[in-house]
Design a protein around this ligand. Structure first.
Ligand SMILES: O=c1[nH]c(=O)c2[nH]c(=O)[nH]c2[nH]1
Length: 313
């Protein structure tokens, strides 16, 4: 039997999630958010496939570290443009390793749009354009069945998948400490969530209910969500996602008398600063510029907020 030959090979790390923040002295911040795939090839890697010989194998873990290392050490303008960053990573690999003859780097990005208030771009708050879905559900119930004379109308409206992110002005400190608590205080952190917001209208009069300015209330709920997230003066550094949630809902209830209560579900999508201290680089706490977003698990903060007269039940 003929021994099989390798016709082609390439190996590396896929879906390296790297986020780079550029913080300007005047408070203006920029963000790049990438999925990176880095693959190495070279004839000398053949023995790792055919002979179990790892001596020349640059671990895929090291390739991942290199992506974060370069995101930190390259000048910002070489990181913020995907094409430039891809060529930088690929050329770094072929220059550093004599036995690497080719490096293929794919960078996929989903841009964060800068939030705008009064037509002015916000310094550090972003959203993903056009991602959210508007949604509604109506339930009409007879009060004295089978009579169709009287009924109540309940309408739930809302939106989900509104993705927002702020690169600063969020914190989480002074939480419960015991032997199971390992999270350090975070006086300034990245905050990102995918908002689900839902509100309720209740009426016994269909015609009156149908006159409500549903489109304006939807727009107002979204505006309040973004504005509370980015700007609310009650807490420029929101103490927690819980506080942010309460402020968002409170603003909607204040703006729209027709809204009975507001429910939010806010996943706290974690972006952890990547620890580069092994490479002599400071990237933790106030030095954080390069982050690793974590798909799972996320925090998950929920609450239904109503006016005081409504009580708790
Ligand atoms: O805003 C937050 N609320 C929490 O309850 C919590 N828990 C945690 O680990 N991080 C955070 N952040």
């Amino acid at each position: 039997m003929e021994t099989s030959i390798i016709k082609s090979q390439a190996y590396g790390k896929d879906r390296v999630r790297v986020v780079r923040v550029v913080r300007h002295a005047d408070g203006w911040q920029e963000i790049a958010d990438y999925w990176v795939c880095c693959l190495l090839s070279g004839a000398q890697f053949e023995s790792s496939y055919t002979k179990g010989d790892n001596k020349l194998v640059v671990a895929t873990d090291s390739q991942k570290n290199t992506v974060y290392y370069l995101a930190k050490t390259l000048p910002a303008e070489k990181v913020m443009v995907p094409e430039v960053f891809a060529t930088e990573v690929a050329s770094f690999m072929v220059k550093k390793y004599a036995h690497v003859t080719s490096c293929q780097v794919k960078v996929t990005t989903k841009p964060w749009e800068r939030m705008k208030f009064d037509n002015k771009g916000h310094a550090h708050s972003f959203y993903r354009e056009g991602k959210e879905t508007r949604w509604t559900e109506a339930v009409v119930t007879k009060t004295n069945p089978p009579s169709a004379e009287q009924f109540t109308v309940k309408v739930n409206s809302g939106f989900y998948d509104l993705e927002v992110l702020k690169t600063t002005n969020s914190s989480f400190v002074d939480f419960w400490r015991d032997e199971l608590a390992t999270l350090p205080d975070m006086p300034d952190r990245m905050l990102s969530t995918k908002v689900l917001c839902q509100w309720k209208y209740v009426s016994t009069d269909l015609a009156t209910l149908q006159q409500l300015p549903f489109d304006a209330i939807f727009a107002g709920a979204k505006r309040n969500t973004l504005d509370a997230f980015a700007n609310d003066p009650r807490a420029w550094v929101h103490a927690s996602v819980q506080t942010t949630l309460y402020i968002m809902a409170d603003r909607i209830l204040n703006d729209f008398a027709a809204v009975d209560d507001v429910y939010y579900a806010l996943p706290n999508i974690h972006y952890f600063p990547f620890d580069l201290s092994k490479f002599g680089l400071k990237n933790l706490q106030s030095d954080a510029e390069v982050y690793m977003p974590i798909a799972d698990p996320s925090g998950f903060i929920t609450a239904t907020i109503s006016r005081p007269s409504k009580g708790k039940f």
